[in-house]
Ligand binder design. Structure first.
Ligand code: SAM
Length: 333
């Protein structure tokens, strides 16, 4: 499928479900029936960036900020692993209060006591931080490219550029991380051509995973009055990523679950997704991780129930990348 075909399918309503069926078949052929669980800890909502769409943005003075102490993060990660979830995702705003060494020691402590994979999602840092964390045992790095339109990127992320973001993703890949790109569907200023470029870029990057979800407004941001992204369009984009990128890990994201609390996760699993990320952040913190309004809380039980409903299996292993460069690096994977 080339860019024009992607655009055609984005423009075409998928009323009879053919596109989702094709994505589901591609998922089955290239990834199998397992749905991998990634247990997420949102350990800090401090952020030095000022992204126009995000409730954690620096200029949001209304948000109550928190930071989880490193020992609490480690203890929670071990608890998640004991529940059989073999990937721990550590996510935060771009928060430099956690020094390179602090994050490295969190990683080392978790790795000493479990065989779980660690995914970091801490935003943009100097390369020596990434290198140090990889040496400490971090396996994966999630950093969405957000939008493949460079002008829109600069508008939405004051002082930052798409080129910078992509060069970091490429450096992470060279360091041996499994990388995750991804974008927001329906972010104000985006058109369908931009969205087709997002899908194309994910394929070009040969990304190990990609997180995509609809834009959802947050009341204390400059984009508070903008409409949310369209759920059906998000599912079409998800399906097109599955069809074009084939053996990529694709989560049914929290933002999809937020737009349709009853059916969102199930619909995403049927449109090509093969990952769910239950949130283990203690409630006293998670209620303050308001990147957008009314964020759905995906629990482990909720994730298992939807996997059962979709007639799929819960992955019992780490669910590493399916891309062959990682097989070469870890032949036992
Ligand atoms: N600081 C890290 C980074 O920049 O990659 C990770 C945390 S950031 C809050 C995680 C993701 O939330 C972003 O990549 C963005 O796509 C998503 N996000 C933030 N605000 C959003 C909104 N209003 N609607 C949809 N997604 C949003």
């Amino acid at each position: 499928m080339d860019r024009d075909e992607i655009l055609h399918y984005l423009k075409t309503s998928n009323r009879n479900g053919d596109l989702f069926q094709k994505a589901d078949e591609t998922r089955k052929k290239h990834c199998g029936d397992k749905v991998h669980l990634r247990g997420i800890i949102e350990f800090s909502n401090h952020c030095c960036r000022n992204c126009l769409y995000c409730g954690l943005r620096r200029d949001n003075k209304k948000i109550k900020r928190y930071r989880m102490p490193p020992q609490e993060i480690v203890a929670l990660a071990l608890k998640i692993a004991r529940k059989g979830v073999k990937t721990i995702v550590l996510q935060s705003g771009d928060d430099f209060w956690y020094k390179r060494k602090t994050i490295a020691s969190i990683i080392t402590n978790i790795k000493k006591q479990t065989d779980a994979a660690i995914t970091l999602s801490l935003g943009e840092r100097p390369l020596d931080h990434y290198r140090n964390w990889r040496d400490a045992g971090a396996d994966r790095y999630l950093m969405r490219h957000e939008t493949a339109n460079p002008n829109l990127y600069e508008m939405l992320h004051p002082g930052k550029s798409l080129i910078e973001r992509l060069s970091l993703l490429s450096a992470l890949k060279d360091m041996g991380y499994q990388i995750g790109a991804g974008n927001i569907v329906g972010i104000p200023g985006q058109d369908l051509k931009d969205l087709a470029e997002d899908i194309w870029l994910i394929k070009e990057l040969d990304s190990d995973m990609a997180g995509i979800g609809p834009f959802i407004p947050q009341k204390d941001t400059p984009l508070s009055n903008c409409p949310p992204g369209d759920l059906e369009l998000t599912l079409r984009a998800l399906a097109l990523i599955r069809i074009t990128s084939k053996n990529i890990h694709l989560p049914a994201t929290t933002a999809v679950a937020t737009l349709d609390r009853k059916e969102g996760l199930l619909m995403a699993l049927k449109a090509g997704a093969n990952v769910i990320m239950p949130d283990f952040t203690p409630q006293r913190y998670s209620q303050k991780y308001q990147i957008y309004d009314n964020k759905q809380n995906i629990t482990l039980d909720m994730a298992k129930a939807v996997i059962f409903k979709a007639k799929r299996e819960t992955g019992k292993d780490k669910g590493d990348s399916l891309k062959c460069r990682h097989y070469k690096r870890h032949p036992e994977a």
